[in-house]
Write a protein that binds this ligand. Structure first.
Ligand code: ATP
Length: 314
């Protein structure tokens, strides 16, 4: 089993209790652990993989709460840091159909410091880069870049998820695209939503978007399509891999469950190249990852809803 290092933000999601009200009307909020790369780390360890979280939280009770949750889910937090800035907060409300609305209050996540002692950890392992806040500047962005180049120089398997959040990049979409492209260029696997694939490629049509993103350099592309499953694209083929039928109540974390499940399966391979050479193995992995995403939508919250191995196998 190879290790999966997940870098990016870990934050508190304050989720509006009353489903169907937007943030302007919500009054009561429930505190939940959130942050896409942290969710991915939990998804991996919940399925039996070995995951590490690299990110920063505050030296406050919220930071303690978050790191405790990761530990309880089996994520190694020895590379996580704490700063004296408050823990990053996100306020989330759910509409009737389970779609969500976000407001961010950015704090400690931006203060992650690069640690050169970790430089040699990536050989033979996986680095997963989640970009929701990492490309917004701060020392996190520098650390992110350094670990990316460290992992590349050691031939690690690289996975990139842009995690585009419109309210964070309003009016700066071109800068977001410019910042993402170098990561896409060098990634073995990219996970996009439909909107992200269209934004980053400038193409409406998803087949054309994939061609563009392959030309940039992405080797394997997955475009998650909610209830419609996933478009899997490689240099050899493009195909839609269906999901299972569920009744969703909250889609938060479905994409993280998907990519976490896919990375957990890849981490179990003796040779990562298998996914480039054997389409049927990759297809089966995506089928399983779709199931992980689907199960996550059937419960509230992100980390709490991530499936374990038993749920995936039934
Ligand atoms: P996120 O909102 O976390 O960024 P995302 O938009 O990337 O996620 P989705 O497309 O919502 O991710 O979901 C990821 C995967 O989970 C999908 O590719 C699909 O396989 C599965 N999934 C999500 N929603 C449903 C659904 N309603 N029914 C069945 N499967 C679903």
């Amino acid at each position: 089993m190879n290790k999966v290092y997940c870098i990016g933000e870990l934050l508190i999601d304050f989720v509006a209790e009353k489903q169907g009200s937007d943030l302007s009307k919500a009054t009561n909020f429930t505190k939940k652990a959130g942050g896409a790369p942290a969710n991915v780390a939990c998804a991996i360890s919940k399925l039996g993989g070995e995951s590490f979280f690299i990110g920063c939280v505050g030296k406050d009770p919220f930071g303690t709460f978050l790191l405790t949750i990761l530990e309880e889910h089996g994520v190694d937090i020895s590379m996580a840091q704490r700063s004296s800035t408050f823990t990053t907060l996100a306020f989330v409300s759910l509409a009737e159909d389970g779609e969500r609305d976000f407001v961010f209050s950015r704090g400690a996540d931006k203060e992650l410091q690069y640690n050169s002692e970790y430089r040699n950890k990536f050989k033979g392992n996986i680095l997963h880069l989640g970009a929701a806040t990492a490309l917004l500047g701060g020392s996190l962005e520098d650390a992110y870049k350094h670990y990316f180049f460290d992992a590349l120089s050691q031939g690690a398997f690289i996975c990139f998820d842009p995690n585009f959040r419109g309210d964070l990049w309003k009016g700066k979409e071109n800068l977001f695209i410019e910042k993402c492209l170098p990561y896409i260029e060098k990634s073995d696997l990219c996970k996009f939503s439909m909107e992200e694939a269209q934004l980053l490629s400038g193409k409406e049509d998803l087949n054309e978007a994939c061609d563009f993103l392959h030309n940039v350099g992405a080797k394997v592309i997955t475009i998650t399509l909610g209830g419609d499953g996933t478009l899997l694209s490689t240099s050899k083929s493009k195909k839609n891999i269906p999901s299972i039928k569920v009744s969703p109540v909250d889609t938060t974390g479905a994409g993280d469950a998907f990519i976490g499940c896919l990375l957990q399966q890849i981490s179990a391979l003796a040779d990562f190249k298998t996914i480039f050479n054997d389409e049927s193995i990759l297809t089966n992995m995506v089928l399983m990852a779709n199931k992980a995403g689907a199960i996550t939508t059937t419960n509230y919250g992100a980390i709490e809803s991530l499936p374990n191995l038993n749920q995936l196998q039934h």
